[in-house]
Design a protein around this ligand. Structure first.
Ligand code: 2AM
Length: 173
């Protein structure tokens, strides 16, 4: 199974990001836009791993908020993304996910955590620059992390949530 750990986005945030994708289209940015169902905030990319690792997923020490702030481009990866306001809690959560994976001997992409939500791949920017687009000041509360299974259904890339932190822990208390 191709796996990654991510924050599942609220319907409000997904809606705002879909509107943002539409504004980018209207501003002339052609790209492979991420299907709204697939929008997420990755904390750790695992790749091929045979087992369900849901019991390893941590919960935040306390629920916290994240807010959309800006858009940007990773030139090397050729992706256009929405950024999140700096959040110590989000960095702590990604670090806890990664610490648990390491302790369990599960390999993952250990590159620096750069919080972003990929909106589009291979963007072609009109005039070579990102258009000036207002970012809706939308946010959400993070109280769990999810295990995603990346797979294909009839050539369509599908990210399916197969586990969520908190469920087992809550059942145990
Ligand atoms: P991206 O959106 O910036 O491409 C599923 O592939 C998710 O894991 C995507 O959000 C992707 O980030 C992220 N990811 C992080 N490292 C990855 C890697 N080495 N290979 C593929 N996806 C990776």
């Amino acid at each position: 199974m191709r796996l990654f750990v991510a924050v599942q986005l609220s319907p409000d945030v997904k809606r705002a990001l879909t509107q943002l994708q539409n504004r980018l289209r209207e501003a002339g940015v052609s790209a492979r836009y991420v299907d709204p169902d697939n929008l997420h905030l990755t904390l750790a990319f695992i790749g091929e791993w045979p087992d369900d690792i849901t019991p390893l997923l941590p919960r935040p020490e306390a629920p916290f908020s994240i807010t959309l702030t800006h858009i940007g481009v990773f030139k090397r990866a050729n992706v256009l993304w929405a950024g999140i306001a700096p959040s110590r809690e989000l960095f702590d959560l990604a670090a806890r996910v990664r610490t648990r994976l390491t302790a369990a001997g599960i390999p993952f992409d250990a590159g620096a955590f750069t919080p972003h939500i990929t909106l589009a791949r291979k963007p072609i920017l009109p005039g070579g620059a990102l258009p000036q687009i207002e970012i809706p000041p939308v946010g959400m509360t993070v109280d769990s992390v999810c295990l995603y299974w990346s797979h294909r259904i009839k050539d369509k890339l599908v990210y399916t949530v197969i586990g969520r932190s908190g469920i087992c822990q809550e059942d145990d208390t």
